[in-house]
Design a protein around this ligand. Structure first.
Ligand code: SAH
Length: 507
């Protein structure tokens, strides 16, 4: 059997975007992934589904897997012919025992590669607004392990030498030993007034940081309950203006926002909330299912040329409509001269991706506005086709009929409560982990109430704020007993994000 190989790869400091493309490529080719506790689930999710995932994470205090055992696993899997990716937080050769693993592989005659990573000492400092070197303040930086047995009378570290560098000192793994680190540095001659910072979970939505003097750092870190993983930065650079910490100053930083949109449509909203600093908890509460074909619906598609207007109310309707056209071997010419209207920019985008530029779009993105604004546009006596969900609201149809249109509802899909909402997200929401829950349609509200359950919802009353995309969604929220704390002025995902930013600024 041909021997496999091991790729020792760095996963970066926490933010899943800070893994290198090299490490991602390696991950994509992995047959076995051996990973540490600090590697984010979002990165692990990039491994192929068929890859064997082996967790060798060590929780501080309880050794889950010894280093010897990890080495054995790497060697055994590679010798069994597998491509093994050994994923480590940060850089594999910075306090990661990557060097020991490489030596063991060398010894065993197992081929290996190393893909460097972005190390926490540099990245976490930067994320908290601290450049580790700075002209005039620090012309060197030292990475130090703070993880030493605190009962040891003699440290292996030469604190006098550290105190004398005149540059930046970055301690990894030292948050539980801060008191002894600070006093040893001061005993070695560093002033108690030296600026110092401690940063927990850097580069992630739960980043926290404190800036103090060296003398006060340990006490303040204890008061703030700073926990691993954290780094400590000592030196003049930690005294640069706190305003450099733009990461934590983002408008939604520290907010945990629940996104209830179905999977495919959730991305844009989640991305903009994430870019503004929020931690997004994805709890899709509904899913859409295509309805089976029927002779009646097929008949409508076969005679699309009869319709004067096609009105699309959501990107989902556009998607299912064109999917069905393709199934029936119809191309865009089947629409003939029908005019096309749509509600909202996302629906308009979905149409333009199919080379259809809508003839009509109401200024406000709801059915009521569409009816009002389309009235002067040659609608009386015209045949209108409404491709949408089979449980769509009647109001749009009735409004168009009042204008004298002849409306055909074309049911293409059904929106149902999500059958298997992600368990961890659901647990977090029930616990009150989310500060703000977003709703982009009435069905997301209904799905949410059903999934989370009445009892849990009552318990969340004072903990959670509910945000709505517009008046129709808000009405459903009130009907189901959810207070509307935020309502978007513009009824789009972007409008909802803006309303949440304004709300967060007031609180
Ligand atoms: N190989 C890793 C370090 C592993 S040692 C690297 O290059 O970054 C683990 C220590 O790294 C933690 O105890 C902590 O001191 C630091 N660390 C890793 N990720 C961190 C993060 N997101 N925020 C703060 N410190 C972090």
């Amino acid at each position: 059997m041909p021997i496999g190989r091991v790729i020792l790869a760095g996963a970066g400091p926490g933010d899943p975007r800070l893994i290198t493309t090299g490490a991602l490529d390696a991950l994509a080719s992995a047959e076995v992934v051996v990973y540490d506790r600090l590697v984010s689930p979002a990165i692990l999710a990039k491994a192929p589904e068929r890859a064997e995932m082996i967790d060798v994470g060590k929780v501080p205090g309880s050794q889950k897997a010894t280093q010897a055992l990890i080495n054995e696993v790497l060697i055994a899997k590679a010798k069994a012919g597998k491509v093994v990716v050994r994923l480590k937080g940060g850089d594999p050769y910075v306090f990661g025992r990557g060097g020991e693993e490489a030596l063991a592989l060398l010894d065993a005659g197992v081929p290996f590669e190393v893909i460097p990573g972005v190390t926490a000492g540099v990245a976490v400092s930067a994320s908290a607004g601290i450049p580790v070197t700075h002209r005039g303040l620090a012309s060197c930086v030292t990475f130090i392990t703070g993880h030493e047995d605190p009962t040891k009378p003699e440290s292996d570290l030469n604190y006098s030498a550290l105190a004398a560098t005149g540059g930046t000192l970055v301690f990894y793994m030292g948050v539980r030993q801060l008191g002894s680190i600070a006093s040893r540095l001061m005993a070695a001659g560093l002033s108690g007034e030296t600026p110092a910072a401690c940063i927990q979970s850097g580069t992630t939505p739960s980043q926290r940081s404190i800036r103090e003097t060296l003398a006060d750092l340990a006490q303040k870190a204890a008061d703030a309950h700073m926990e691993p993983p954290a780094i400590t930065v000592v030196g003049a650079v930690a005294g640069l203006p706190g305003a450099l910490n733009v990461f934590e100053a983002r408008p939604l930083f520290g907010r945990r926002i629940v996104n209830t949109r179905p999977e495919g449509q959730a991305v844009a909203l989640a991305e903009s909330l994430g870019e503004l600093g929020a931690e997004v908890i994805s709890l899709p509460t509904i899913e859409t299912r295509r309805l089976p074909r029927s002779a009646e619906a097929d008949g409508v598609f076969q005679s699309l040329g009869r319709y004067h207007w096609l009105i699309f109310t959501s990107p989902t309707a556009v998607e299912f409509f064109f999917e069905r056209m393709a199934e029936l071997s119809l191309d865009a010419r089947a629409l003939q001269t029908a005019r096309v209207a749509c509600i909202g920019p996302a629906t308009s985008d979905a149409l333009s991706k199919r080379s259809i530029l809508p003839d009509f779009r109401p200024a406000h993105f709801d059915g009521e506005s569409l009816v009002q604004e389309i009235a002067p546009c040659d609608i009386r006596g015209r045949k209108v086709l409404l491709p949408r969900s089979d449980i769509a609201r009647k109001e749009l149809r009735e409004g168009l009929e009042r204008l004298g249109a002849e409306v055909t509802d074309l049911a293409l899909y059904r929106t149902i409560t999500h059958a298997e909402p992600p368990a961890e997200a659901l647990r977090r929401v029930r616990r009150g982990d989310g500060d703000i829950v977003t709703f982009t349609s009435s069905s997301t509200v209904e799905g949410f109430v059903e999934i989370v359950g009445r009892e849990a919802l009552d318990g969340l009353k004072d903990k959670v704020s509910y945000a709505s995309i517009g008046p129709v969604t808000s009405a459903t929220m009130r009907l189901l007993g959810l207070d509307v704390s935020v309502e978007a002025k513009e009824h789009t995902a972007a409008g909802l994000v803006q309303a949440i930013v304004d709300f967060a600024a007031r609180r």
